[in-house]
Design a protein around this ligand. Structure first.
Ligand SMILES: [Zn+2]
Length: 223
């Protein structure tokens, strides 16, 4: 969900698709990216309205593929499969119908429960590998009327499980989780560990870089 304007509170939730057979970076060129759907409104999208028709059409493509007729009347058939899907936060929880990242049982991939310190939920490091959530969990737990602690954060059914295996086909959102997420926390810790001028040197280095005007922003000092 991206805000459309600074006032009015409406946000836009686009569904974009890229074709894997096109190599990067032209795969992401605006003429190559397809818009499958979009929701514009002051509320979160209704998942059924947003996804049902898209999922139905993709299911049809799974069965029938796309047949192209060439100039010489030759026909080629393309089989269509969806490989991966990625969501930013909080679209992930909303689209997967799972608990938001700041609640208990919020991990889309495993069954770690989390515990509260003050008002925040923490997920401790574990030596033993955690039990994974499976596609069956997503299908089964979403349709049973279970108490909250037994549903492992899965709140209800979603249209997407008709065409994809959850959670294995959800790609990790590296940009939000690592680059603009955990890395920020690490920088705060490093600031307490490293010598005082280390951050100043890094900041000066970043400020000396001029990004191309098409970026719309420049590097900022770290602290
Ligand atoms: Zn997990």
């Amino acid at each position: 969900g991206a805000p459309v304007t600074k006032i009015g509170g409406k946000s836009l939730w686009p569904i974009q698709a890229t074709i894997l057979e096109i190599p990067p970076p032209i795969r992401d060129h605006k003429s190559a990216v397809m818009i499958f759907g979009a929701w514009l409104g002051g509320t979160h999208p209704n998942m059924e309205l947003l996804w049902n028709n898209i999922v139905d059409q993709i299911q049809d493509l799974y069965e029938n593929g796309i047949i192209l007729k060439l100039n010489d009347h030759l026909k080629i058939k393309f089989n269509i499969r969806v490989q991966l899907i990625t969501f930013d936060l909080p679209a992930l929880a909303h689209n997967c119908n799972i608990i938001q990242f700041n609640g208990y049982d919020a991990c889309p991939v495993c069954k770690t429960h989390g515990y509260a310190i003050g008002t925040q939920i923490f997920y401790p490091f574990s030596q033993a590998s955690l039990i994974k959530k499976t596609d069956t969990d997503y299908l089964r737990l979403s349709t049973l009327d279970l108490p909250r602690f037994r549903s492992h954060g899965i709140k209800g059914p979603i249209p997407l499980t008709k065409i994809m295996l959850f959670p294995s086909q959800i790609a990790v959102d590296y940009m939000h989780l690592v680059c603009s997420g955990h890395f920020k926390t690490l920088i705060v810790y490093w600031n307490q560990l490293l010598l005082p001028d280390v951050f100043e040197q890094v900041s000066n280095f970043l400020l000396s870089i001029t990004l191309p005007h098409s970026f719309g922003y420049q590097f900022m000092p770290l602290v």
